[in-house]
Write a protein that binds this ligand. Structure first.
Ligand code: 5AD
Ligand code: SF4
Length: 568
């Protein structure tokens, strides 16, 4: 092995751009990746379609109104994926079909939305739609949206203005462009979107993606259609998401949906509904398939991923209930029984020891010792924990209804670090929450200094209607103060992350190769166990699994990057 010069850059840590001395060995080569189904195809038989749709339009003219869809649309529950939904009385199976119309999907917001986009696409693909990555040739444009902050919604309103131009150009076309708003914004604003933007044709809330073929069929006749019903049990357990990138080394697997925490600032319980978990068996089946396809990393997803509780079988209710993290409480009555997160994590991590397991986004209250122990013991569970603190002030935490004090949170951090030596920690913080004083803000600054997170996500508070804070508290911190405090938090976070991430220097890092670096064609990029982005030269190296043969690393290979040192 030859020591080589390379760069290791830590994500979100601009002030630190070290040059490093590195040598490496290839641990294993990747297996074949599964391909995406082709999106290229011949155009639909438009003439025949025209007749069918005229007939359909006349039937609809005396049929249901938009209000009908809001009130009566139901979300069909779990069906085997091969089964086609029965059409409603006013549609034939043929009318329900996508007939090779091309769909362009655009995703905003969190990783749940990335996974939801794959679910929505999987449903549409089965219904006869094709996928396009070219906006100009799309027959249907679907935006998978986010509502968490005002800014996220403003981005969508702006995008709709651009799409309006595209749509008006297509007005006289035989296949007019249809536009849909999916996800959290559809759920939060409902008809308001249709009233404000007449060019929007369909709305589908996060629990209504199975209904997309019907909504699009109705929209094709020129009517607006919506389904924003939330479900108590929809988990899309039987819908195998279609991976966007055929060369991907990692995938998201949704394990639960919704949130019962009701933090006072948060819109999520209103847009994504109540907590419900997917049956363990269906999760294991999906992870097994991904492993067979050669994927090397799975991220278990959920709004409260570690509150996972599978109650799908009666005997699971006798399972021993797990404790909350020490010093933490929840806003709801303790839920008894069900297979919990530790059980799932254990089972998932046994499927393929070469497959890395991550999970996000957790709540600090649900880290009982058995979860920490498992992360410590199991080699393929990444030693990386996201621990959203939101504030360093116990007073603000109480106003946020987070269910813990600063002291309990700090104690948990110590306990995690003792239980999982070398663990990477990340967090979310909100600057300028209702009533936050300079002293409260200083407490957050001091928490950042005390914990020294490896990664962080920091936001200015954005008041959301419907939330408890909207009804009971006053959004009284001026915008400029929020932004100033946010800037201060970002500066302190960066300084501390730089210090924390220097601890990786000089240690051997196991990096999962993702592909060529975006910054340089001669470098590769990948992630270490702690989820930090590592960039290193694309050079020949020793393959330790193949009697020392010299090879170039490929996406999906693990590479040992060692002898790392900082050059200022
Ligand atoms: N304003 C600002 N940030 C918010 N978050 C959630 N709701 C709001 C809000 N109303 C942040 C929290 C959460 C992350 C996903 O987004 O920090 O953990
Ligand atoms: Fe945005 Fe939250 Fe909805 Fe994700 S769940 S898209 S973060 S509002």
């Amino acid at each position: 092995m030859h020591p080589l010069q390379c760069v290791l850059r830590m994500q979100r840590c601009q002030s630190w751009g070290p040059l490093a001395s590195v040598s490496w060995v290839l641990l294993r080569t990747c297996r074949a990746h599964s391909g995406l189904p082709s999106t290229a195809c011949s155009s639909p038989e438009r003439q025949q379609e025209d007749g069918v749709w005229k007939d359909f339009s006349s039937r609809l003219a005396t049929g249901p109104t938009f209000q009908h869809f809001l009130r009566h649309a139901s979300v069909p529950q779990e069906k085997p994926s091969s089964e086609v939904d029965d059409p409603p009385p006013y549609l034939t199976v043929d009318e329900l079909s996508g007939r090779q119309r091309k769909v362009y999907l655009e995703t905003y917001g969190c990783q749940m939305n990335v996974n939801d986009t794959e679910i929505a696409w999987s449903i549409l693909q089965k219904s006869g739609y094709l996928r396009t990555s070219n906006l100009q040739e799309a027959d249907v444009i679907l935006l998978v949206t986010c509502s968490i902050r005002e800014k996220a919604e403003q981005t969508i309103w702006n995008r709709l203005q651009q799409l309006k131009v595209l749509k008006s150009k297509r007005l006289r076309s035989r296949v007019p462009l249809k536009i849909g708003i999916l996800g959290c914004m559809a759920e939060r604003l409902k008809e308001e979107i249709l009233n404000r933007e007449k060019m929007v044709d369909i709305l589908a809330g996060p629990d209504a993606y199975r209904d997309l073929p019907r909504l699009l069929a109705v929209a094709k006749s020129g009517q607006q259609a919506a389904n924003v019903l939330l479900s108590l049990d929809e988990t899309y357990a039987d819908v195998m998401p279609v991976q966007m990138s055929p060369s991907a080394t990692s995938a998201f697997v949704s394990i639960m949906r919704g949130c019962d925490n009701m933090c006072s600032y948060c819109i999520v319980p209103f847009t994504r509904g109540r907590e419900r978990s997917r049956p363990v068996a269906s999760i294991l089946e999906e992870v097994r398939k991904l492993s067979e396809q050669g994927l090397k990393e799975v991220t278990l997803l959920g709004q409260n991923v570690n509150s996972f509780r599978d109650t799908s079988e009666v005997q699971f209710n006798n399972a021993v209930s797990t404790n909350l993290s020490r010093g933490f409480s929840s806003n709801y009555k303790t839920k008894q029984g069900g297979l919990r997160f530790a059980h799932l994590l254990d089972q998932v991590s046994r499927i393929d020891p070469e497959m890395r397991i991550r999970f996000t986004s957790p709540h600090p209250k649900d880290f009982p010792d058995e979860v920490l122990q498992l992360i410590h013991e199991r080699d393929n569970i990444c030693k990386q924990i996201h621990l959203p603190a939101q504030s360093g002030s116990s007073r603000v935490l109480e106003a946020m209804r987070r269910g813990y004090s600063r002291e309990a949170y700090v104690e948990l951090v110590h306990h995690i670090r003792e239980s999982i030596p070398g663990v990477s920690l990340s967090s979310d913080f909100i600057a300028g929450f209702c009533g936050e004083t300079e002293e409260d803000h200083f407490q957050t600054v001091s928490l950042l200094q005390e914990v020294q997170y490896n990664m962080g996500f920091l936001f200015a508070y954005s008041m959301r209607q419907k939330t408890r804070a909207y009804h009971r508290l006053k959004d009284d911190i001026p915008e400029e103060v929020k932004l100033r405090r946010l800037e201060e938090l970002i500066t302190v976070f960066r300084e501390e992350a730089t210090k924390a991430n220097k601890a990786f220097v000089g240690c051997t890092q196991l990096v999962l190769v993702e592909g060529l670096s975006k910054r340089s064609a001669t470098d590769l990029c990948g992630r270490n166990d702690g989820n930090l982005k590592v960039i290193f030269p694309d050079a020949e190296m020793e393959d330790v699994t193949n009697s020392g043969l010299r090879v170039r690393a490929q996406p999906g290979d693990y590479v040992l990057v060692k002898d790392f040192s900082l050059h200022q």
